[in-house]
Design a protein around this ligand. Sequence first.
Ligand code: PRP
Ligand code: URA
Ligand code: MG
Length: 210
Amino acid sequence: MDVHVVEHPLAAARLTVMRDERSDSVVFRAALHELTTLLVYEATRDIDAERFEIRTPVAATTGVRLANPPLLVPVLRAGLGMADAAHRLLPEATMGFVGLARDEETHEPRAYMESLPEDLTGRRVVVLDPMVATGGSLLRCCEMIAERGCTDISVVCVLAAPEGIRKLEESGLPLTVTTASVDEGLNEAAYIVPGLGDAGDRQFGHYRRF
Ligand SMILES: O=P(O)(O)OC[C@H]1O[C@H](OP(=O)(O)OP(=O)(O)O)[C@H](O)[C@@H]1O
Ligand SMILES: O=c1cc[nH]c(=O)[nH]1
Ligand SMILES: [Mg+2]
């Protein structure tokens, strides 16, 4: 499994804002939006493009367009903060939605929403979730996508823990991961260390849902 860590000072600076506990939700969401643009740019370097003929006001030339626009899948809630930035870069993309919430005690993901096209054969799917901690949530999401025939999944996240990367790798699913950092590991509550806290809470607030 390919893991691409985007090492760029602009990405590192946005990530630092997200890590900083002093950043409020407005600042946090803005940094996530900007960082997502950088990460999706890197994650789509190898996307299929086709050439076609156009005219500038001066001469005929060859242009480029996406051959097969991908499906974007933000994982609710936290991935919602990446959806708009990704969609701006890929305006031709369609969007599906998966809702997952980790149980606070067992850390197992609970699925509460699945809105995906029935057939994903031949499509690239770009999954957006800022955090890969134990990897359980992303694994569940990627299984839903692979069950629909997808063989080309790009996971775009902000932070990954080695434990989560390992779980995704062991799954044998056809995926690549693009991230701004692979952090040290997980604490006893399965939070990423040093991490940035709970990416959903930092954007949308903390409340009990189930
Ligand atoms: O790798 P894992 O151990 O599964 O943890 C990562 C998941 O945890 C967070 O979501 P959370 O369950 O907190 O839901 P939220 O986005 O609604 O806050 C995050 O956005 C991932 O989906
Ligand atoms: O560190 C973590 C782990 C899971 N989910 C988060 O939002 N943050
Ligand atoms: Mg959360």
